[in-house]
Design a protein. Structure first.
Length: 120
């Protein structure tokens, strides 16, 4: 999974011409990819929680197993939510960049992309 910085570097590089149309196309593809990954991680977390809840019900009479399962569910859900947060952050940054370059000239787009590449 390429980060936003590498997407911007590739889109603004000499190989693709660095035009705003190429950049917009690359950012839209990146947003689509990030959203798909977000949905997959979200579905995985939901299935994990459902499976964990079912397992907790099965082991309700065993306190040790119940504690172990509860800890495992907490760690897994916490990690999944952190991954979703990072993916959502990248997706929203790409959306913001698309909004900024929508009506900008080629020179403005190039200057903006160069600044973003240095900052990211």
């Amino acid at each position: 999974m390429a980060g936003l910085k590498s997407v911007l570097e590739r889109a603004s590089g000499p190989r693709f011409g660095g035009t705003s149309a190429v950049t917009v196309k690359a950012l839209r593809a990146y947003r689509k990819q990030m959203f798909a990954i977000f949905l997959i991680v979200f579905a995985t977390v939901v299935v994990g929680v459902a499976t964990g809840a079912f397992s907790l019900i099965r082991f309700i009479d065993e306190p040790r197993a119940l504690a172990e399962f509860s800890s495992a569910i907490g760690l897994t859900v916490g990690g999944g939510i952190e991954v979703m947060r990072r993916i959502w952050k990248e997706w929203s940054q790409a959306t913001l960049i698309l909004i900024l370059i929508e009506d900008a000239t080629e020179a403005q787009v190039k200057a903006l992309i160069d600044k973003l590449i240095r900052k990211l």
